[in-house]
Structure formats: structure tokens, C-alpha cells
Write a protein that binds this ligand. Structure first.
Ligand code: MN
Length: 246
């Protein structure tokens, strides 16, 4: 199996996992940088993630143009992916989702921060991109490169960003990494809402992870951990884990 075959199969599995774990529903998408051309990326045609087959995956330029002029209709929000690959050469995969538990953080100004060790990978403090700041009243969808680049600018060097009234975008060093962080972003948001409810009583302040703890946990994240989670999530979604290729 060559690297392209491997990534195409990884993307199918990633879509199925994200759907099965409730991170995407009929909407949301996951892409990978093209393994043989860093100026292109791979992303499904516009289709619900749970339904995606390998034949649905289309190759795009960073500007969001399909290489195959006869390619089926794309996701309108594909610009999220190209703008991030353009800004972040080290990023190999991007997930955009409407993960339900993150939404309240994007609209209340309450900052999402990790306190569960597995959630350290979401970053020290998750920023919120507000489309209205620069683009005024829109549908909130990232519908061109100008919006995509503005989102990428706010993301900066971080692993995750929320999008006000809309969802989240997560980046990774591999498809498995981006899926891992996406799942723990949802877990972290749900837990933080629960902790904030308790905090409203007499429970005192939430003990978030310290900056040093986050850095140590992120540094320790290796393929063993990613693969252990990936195998389990893949099997649960009816897919097998592939052996790595190089
Ligand atoms: Mn969206």
C-alpha cells in the first residue's frame, strides 16, 4: 500500500469514527494534506461523514479548487482546510465539526480550558473565532478563502479553535491525532460544563491543568496512545486499523 492509499483509507475511517463518536452529525468534515503534494489536500465531496466511501474523496488545491474538474459538489466550508494548510506547514490533518458541547463556550465568553489530563491536547486555552468581528452578518459558514484565512489567523499556532454559534476546528500532525484531539475537545467541553454547574454551589474554583502539566502531557503523546484509541474507535465504527506505511 502506498502513502496515498493509506491516507484515503485513514480518511474514511476518520469520518466513520467522528460520526460514531458523536463529534460530527450529518455535517462536519475531516481532511488530510496530500502525502505527495503539500500544496493539495484530500477531503470528501459534500456528504454526511457516516456515509463516506473512499470514492467520495476529492483532491483540492489549497484555494479549494478540485483537481478533477468533473468532481462532485464540494463542501462549502472546504476553505477552512486549505487556509489552515497554507498557514501551518506542519499540520497534516484538519477536522471541522459542530461538536455540541463546545457550542456554549463559543457564545458565553466562558473560556474552554483543560482539566482532564486527556484533554491537555486541546491547548492551554481554546480561542473563539467570531465571524461577525470581520465579516458582519453572514450565515456563519466559512464560505471563501478570506474567511478561512481569518480563522487560520485566530487559530495561530494552537491545536483547536471554537467558532461562535457554529462549532470548532481542530488540527493535527496526522489524521489519527486530529481525530483524537477532536474527541477529547468534546469530552473536555462536556466535563467543564458539569464542573461549572458544581462550582455554582459551594465547590470552589475548578482546578484546571497548569501550563506546565499541559506541556508535559502534550510532549508525552506518542503513537502508542494514538493507536490504542484509534484501534478501539475504528473497531467500534466497523473499520479496521491499518498498519502504518512510510
Ligand atoms: Mn460548519
Amino acid at each position: 500500500m502506498n502513502r496515498l492509499d493509506f491516507i484515503l483509507e485513514e480518511l474514511v475511517t476518520a469520518n466513520r469514527i467522528l460520526a460514531n463518536e458523536g463529534i460530527v452529525d450529518s455535517f462536519g468534515h475531516v481532511s488530510a494534506r496530500h502525502p505527495d503534494n503539500p500544496q493539495h489536500y484530500l477531503l470528501s465531496r459534500a456528504r454526511a461523514p457516516e456515509r463516506i466511501e473512499r470514492s467520495d474523496i476529492v483532491e483540492y488545491t489549497l484555494e479549494g479548487e478540485a483537481i478533477d474538474k468533473k468532481a462532485p459538489a464540494p463542501y462549502m466550508e472546504r476553505f477552512i482546510h486549505g487556509a489552515i494548510y497554507e498557514a501551518r506547514p506542519e499540520v497534516q490533518a484538519v477536522v471541522h465539526n459542530h461538536s455540541p458541547s463546545v457550542i456554549p463556550f463559543g457564545v458565553t465568553g466562558k473560556r474552554l480550558r483543560p482539566f482532564l489530563h486527556m484533554c491537555a491536547h486541546i491547548g492551554h486555552e481554546v480561542p473563539t473565532w467570531d465571524s461577525r468581528d470581520k465579516f458582519g452578518d453572514t450565515t456563519l459558514l466559512v464560505s471563501d478563502m478570506a474567511m478561512g484565512r481569518d480563522l487560520a489567523r485566530l487559530l495561530g499556532a494552537q491545536p483547536t479553535t471554537l467558532m461562535r454559534g457554529h462549532g470548532a476546528t481542530v488540527v493535527g500532525r496526522s489524521v489519527r491525532h486530529a481525530v483524537f484531539v477532536s474527541i477529547y475537545l468534546e469530552v473536555g467541553a462536556k466535563l467543564q460544563m458539569q464542573a461549572m454547574t458544581m462550582q455554582a454551589g459551594a465547590m470552589g474554583d475548578i482546578k484546571f491543568l497548569s501550563a506546565g502539566e499541559i506541556d508535559k502531557i502534550v510532549e508525552r503523546l506518542n503513537d502508542y496512545t494514538l493507536n490504542r484509541a484509534w484501534e478501539n474507535w475504528a473497531r467500534r465504527a466497523g473499520r479496521q486499523m491499518q498498519a502504518a506505511v512510510d
